[in-house]
Design a protein around this ligand. Structure first.
Ligand code: CTP
Length: 479
């Protein structure tokens, strides 16, 4: 039975014009792939992919003539594709093809094919639907693999033997899990089994492509869906062994620790509704990443400890970012800062929230203090109601004290009032350890509330501290 699809009004003039160009050239012309999927899902549809049984470049050129406002047509001869923009839409054209892949590469050998050849070589049934644009069959859905049924059932399934689809292009294994996560769909059994079979083929995929898919999973409303699939298919072990190593519970003398992998997934799901900041979500994913490396059983207290996991975690984060070719600048620094500080608010309770403790955390977190508190909230995963209540109360109290002290001392983005230059000039010394000692002493004294955050008082304190470590004053400086 033919199904007719209503194309969106805002794109209708484009589709009609492209269809007419196809009629004129006598090539069957279709809109295909992600556009059709998203349209049927009622999601906002962005770019348009056109496939025709014939010359895609020729169709692009002919279609562009119909739009006075279209950009010039960009042609990619090596791929046999062409594109132009009109308004804020990008329209890409390709001729239908038949492809065969080599074992060691994602790059296919391309031959011209029919629409059916083109559809069967696509990744999933939901991405293999086409809508005809030629005037005689305008709006007709061509759905040979029941993509529409899979959209209704919420299933990710390959159009043909999943081993072939994944072996042809192993990136599709990650795409399968990414679509399941974004759409809250399940992987069909054979598709799932083929990921297990072909997981080692992921090694031919570049780190950039892997992290692009991973970032989409992390950015989804419920990222744990993807990470559970990645773990269960063991695809995770191929490119992210540090995260896979977090799974499991050790028991010694009847004492168990929690499963850090599933805890991490809970934290990631908790933070998702609180922030769209991808790097804060990365921090949630990595906050406990060094727990497997720092795990010890302490006989004396009969308990599990993870001493310094936050500092070791900062190093592990760097290794992971390097390997996955994620950005190593401010993004990594932010993630490391969050990992390094994530234990601090938790260690403060009502009795230990002193002015100096609050000043220190404000100073160390600087402008990222809200992000840190968001991470700490997401990190509360206890099943014990009294414990959850206690953390929430303690954090609320801590935030109150932060607001108070922030208003009083303005420590955010604060720099101690005495610079290294002033110290060197006053004592006529070159850059050295002594400069650092005096500088740290001033900062600590202000953070501890021993002296106020005031230039003249800090200057006098510097003179005193310098003399204590044997420095002589050469110039005095009053302002
Ligand atoms: N495709 C494929 N195999 C891939 C990548 C893409 O078969 N490894 C096909 C699918 O039919 C897909 C279309 O090419 O629908 C367009 O791919 P792309 O733009 O990467 O993805 P979309 O499906 O549009 O989805 P998204 O934009 O969310 O990535």
């Amino acid at each position: 039975m033919q199904k007719n699809i209503q194309l969106p009004v805002e794109h209708l003039p484009y589709f009609e014009a492209i269809g007419r160009a196809g009629d004129a050239l006598q090539v069957p012309t279709y809109v295909v792939g992600g556009y059709v999927r998203d349209l049927l899902l009622g999601r906002t549809v962005k770019d348009i992919d056109i496939v025709c049984v014939g010359n895609g470049i020729g169709l692009a050129k002919k279609s562009a003539q119909a739009f006075p406002t279209a950009t010039t047509v960009t042609v990619f001869h090596t791929f046999g594709t062409a594109m132009f923009r009109v308004g804020d839409v990008e329209i890409e054209f390709v001729g239908a093809r038949k492809e065969s892949y080599q074992a060691d590469s994602r790059k296919p050998a391309v031959e011209n094919g029919t629409l059916a050849d083109d559809q069967i070589r696509r990744d999933f049934s939901i991405n293999a639907m086409a809508i005809c644009l030629n005037s005689e069959h305008f709006g007709e859905l061509i759905d040979p693999f029941d993509g529409i049924g899979d959209l209704e059932k919420g299933i990710i399934r390959t159009p043909t033997d999943a081993d072939i689809t994944f072996s042809d292009d192993p990136l599709r294994m990650l795409r399968a899990i990414r679509f399941a996560t974004q759409l809250n769909f399940v992987l069909e059994e054979k598709t799932y089994a083929a990921i297990i079979n072909n997981r080692q083929r992921l090694h031919i995929i570049s780190a950039e492509r892997i992290h692009t898919e991973l970032n989409k999973i992390i950015a989804a409303p419920c990222p744990s869906i993807g990470f559970k699939y990645l773990f269960d298919t063991r695809l995770l072990h191929e490119f992210f062994p540090e995260l896979a190593a977090m799974q499991g519970i050790a028991v010694r003398n009847g004492v168990a620790h929690k499963d850090n992998f599933y805890h991490t997934l809970e934290v990631l799901d908790n933070i998702a509704p609180l922030t769209d900041n991808l790097w804060l979500r990365w921090a949630a994913l990595l906050h406990d990443i060094a727990k497997p490396l720092t795990k010890r059983f302490e006989e004396e207290h009969q308990s599990w400890t993870f001493h310094s996991h936050e500092f070791v975690g900062m190093k592990v984060a760097q290794q992971i970012f390097k390997r996955l070719k994620l950005p190593l600048g401010d993004e990594l620094k932010f993630v490391q800062k969050m990992i390094g500080l994530h234990q601090r608010p938790m260690m403060l309770t009502k009795d230990t929230i002193t002015d100096s403790a609050v000043r220190r955390i404000l100073f160390d977190a600087g402008e990222d203090i809200e992000a840190l508190m968001t991470l700490c909230h997401a990190d509360i995963t206890s099943k014990k109601e009294w414990r959850v209540k206690k953390y929430i109360e303690d954090y609320a109290y801590l935030k109150e004290r932060m607001t108070e002290i922030e208003a009083k001392d303005q420590l955010r983005n604060w720099q101690p009032p005495i610079s290294g230059e002033i110290i060197m000039e006053t004592f006529q010394i070159k850059p050295s350890r002594q400069v650092g000692i005096v500088k740290d002493a001033i900062r600590e004294a202000i953070l501890d509330g021993i002296i106020p955050n005031d230039y003249q008082i800090a200057y006098d304190f510097m003179l005193q501290k310098g003399q204590e470590i044997g420095l002589t004053v050469h110039t005095t400086h009053h302002s």
